[in-house]
Write a new protein. Sequence first.
Length: 346
Amino acid sequence: MAKGVGANGPAVGFVRGFAALLLSCALAGCEPALERFEGPTMGSRYSVQYVGVAGLPSRDALQGEVETILGQIDRDFSTYRGDSQVSRFNAAPAGTCQAMPDEVLELARAGAALSRESDGAFDLTLEPLLDLWGFGPQSRGERVPTPAEIDAVRQRVGHRHLRIEARALCKDVALQLDFNAIAAGYTVDRVAARLEALGVKNFLVEITGELKAQGHRPDGSPWRIGIEAPHADRREAQRRLALDGQGVSTSGDYRHYFERDGRRYSHTLDPATGAPIRHALASVTVVAPSALRADGLSTLLMVLGPRRGLAYAERQGIAALFVSHEGEGFVERASSAFDRLPVAGP
């Protein structure tokens, strides 16, 4: 389930080239204008596009505010730096508690809620298994472990071993956390909230492929988001949506994987088996008011697979698009809530 914060960058995401955010104004040089800044983060990139109007802080000031948030997220959640809050917790022995910032506790609660809702299909405690398979920050290369190795590692995996006491995280076993399945979406929400607090009303935030759109473009039209088709060798838009006030996340198996003896091993692990998912689902896109929620749900549904995932999305009213491998191509199925989303023009 790793994606987002990491040296290898996002496992999935939207193609920035298809987030078609073009300024269309009737008069040359008219205001308001579409402003943009971007930079590196989480082993990948971030970008912010917004409608510039009088009275807003300067672009440099806004970028500084955003990068302050990005820096804090890295210090709290990165599993690729030994001094982060999460890395220090992961290194602590079984039976210990560690005081944590509110942000870490908030995400731990969000992960636990998603785990309960899905009967364990979502799990933030999979880092030892990710390392075992070669997808984690402490891995020694991609490999297919033995059933005995998987069973041994699974003894220290599971939300039942994690609890929050006051302002501390506690673990009963030598558990290790990996927030990559929700950290990028959470960061998008944090950045969006800060922009709104600073007076920016119309913007699109993208961090390692997770998105949130608010308001409209300078010409009054909606932000148009292109959903990436699950091709490993090229990028193309599969669908285009018109969004306002919603977060978007895509999870998939089509870029972060390895092959052994003709079999494909996805980076998305099934907590029920401790092994990569084996169904035909290639990608899942979720649209939700919270980018954090969309981020977690896209991973959860990816684990459940095309049949159980679609049934879950229908029961919960989740707007989700499922794309499955079928023969030499793909077949897509959408939940009822996804079919009701507004479609953007080309």
